[in-house]
Ligand binder design. Structure first.
Ligand code: PHE
Length: 409
């Protein structure tokens, strides 16, 4: 930050009355959780890309965009509430941190790919609680069909639908949506074509959800009518999972004005935008959205690329670390596991981990000495050094007795 400008990666953005980005929020730009293949956000992104395997993936567009990209290109009116300073992070009047991946729809259209995905970090000023954070991640999907006439368009969409695998049995799709005046077919569109595009959209989304929740015994998906300035008709999709309805995405048939501006006036298409955090929270059992940003190895090392696994909670209280070293008896095997059992027997769950930090054999006497580091930590309170010293003394006594070792200082 300079007096009159905000600087990011060497680029300067002149401040004005709109400037409200903060150093904290800017520090998130470099994190790129969606590109980390061991972060649940990255794992879900890859899972979705794997499902839409014939879509081109764009994952590295800069989150710093113009207000034109974030709003005007998407036909969001000048006075629309989503433009306010209180909802967005502005660098200045014309530059903003993107509030949705839709900000890149025109770039996607310009790329020439007729099916593409865009993932990235998005920024919104919002309340603070366990499921809201000023930075989250979205994936945008876009597909369009570009043909000379109605018959070819219908044939192409139908061929795609015929090729697609059917929706599995485990999903119940609730869709009472109807096309009507409040959520209309655009006047420039043909009804039959729009109905088929909408069917293609719905099939694509429903099967993606099945893919993400593979193996879930009773999954419910609900389609509801919605409104977005850049699609019509528009929908929102909710998923019933573990007793609650989660709102996961918005979508619809893309406004033809936007298609035309993207140089695709012969084409008709659909788009969706989906948040990744809520999905990751339910799938991985992550209780707090801040955890995704954790740099604690106890978080990151829990996850494997390409796999959904349940999060194991860990304590946020500080550890207390104690070392114990001893000479082994002259005869007999030594097994770490036996040692750990004794430690656990004395100290219980307050031990978080035990590891060897030194293993030394004296060159003359041939005696072997080991040093173990024990990390004590409570799940629910701060431990005191005094109480841990007392436990450590008991551990020392038990180890001495169980293994006939000679304790060192
Ligand atoms: N960009 C919208 C949002 O963030 C979602 C959306 C994307 C809706 C694409 C329609 C089409 O809420």
């Amino acid at each position: 930050f300079k007096d009159n400008a905000v600087i990011v990666h060497g680029d300067e953005y002149t401040k004005d009355a709109w400037t409200n980005v903060t150093p904290t929020v800017l520090s998130k730009i470099s994190r790129q959780l969606h590109l980390q293949d061991r972060n649940p956000i990255g794992i879900i992104r890859q899972l979705i890309e794997g499902h839409f395997h014939d879509f081109k993936g764009f994952n590295s567009f800069s989150p710093i965009v113009t207000t034109r990209q974030n709003f005007d290109d998407l036909l969001i009116p000048q006075d629309h509430p989503s433009r306010t300073k209180s909802d967005n992070y502005y660098f200045n009047e014309s530059t903003v941190l993107r509030a949705h991946t839709s900000a890149h729809q025109l770039q996607g259209l310009a790329s020439g790919y007729n099916k593409f995905l865009i993932s990235g970090d998005v920024y919104r000023r919002d309340e603070i609680d366990s499921s809201h954070y000023p930075v989250f991640h979205q994936i945008e999907g876009f597909a369009y069909f570009e043909h000379e006439n109605k018959q070819d368009t219908l044939a192409a969409i139908q061929a795609d639908l015929d090729n697609a695998s059917p929706i599995p049995e485990n999903i119940q799709v609730i869709d009472d949506t109807v096309i009507h005046q409040g959520n209309p077919i655009q006047s420039c569109h043909d009804q039959q074509v729009v109905e088929l595009v909408a069917a293609h959209l719905k099939h694509s989304i429903n099967s993606m959800i099945c893919h993400i929740f593979a193996g879930e015994p009773d999954l419910k998906v609900r389609w509801i009518e919605a409104y977005f300035p850049f699609t019509s008709p528009s929908y929102e999709v909710e998923i019933f999972y573990q007793g609650e309805w989660l709102e996961v995405l918005g979508c619809g048939v893309v406004q033809q004005t936007l298609m035309n501006r993207g140089g695709r006036d012969k084409a008709i298409g659909w788009a969706f935008g989906m948040g990744l955090e809520r999905l990751a929270m339910v799938l991985f059992g992550i209780p707090d959205i801040r955890l995704f940003w954790s740099e604690d190895a106890r978080f990151l090392e829990q996850f494997q690329p390409g796999q959904i696994s349940k999060f194991k909670p860990f304590s946020k209280y500080p550890p207390c670390i104690k070392d114990i070293s001893f000479w082994l008896p002259a005869t007999g095997d030594w097994h770490d596991n036996n040692f750990c059992e004794t430690v656990r027997g004395v100290a219980g769950d307050i031990v978080e981990n035990v590891k060897v930090i030194d293993d030394f054999t004296h060159p003359k006497t041939n005696r072997r000495s080991l040093c173990y580091r024990i990390m004590y930590r409570s799940m629910d309170r701060n431990v005191t050094n005094d109480e841990i010293n007392e436990i450590q003394e008991k551990v020392r006594a038990a180890v001495e007795q169980d293994f006939d070792v000679e304790l060192r200082e």
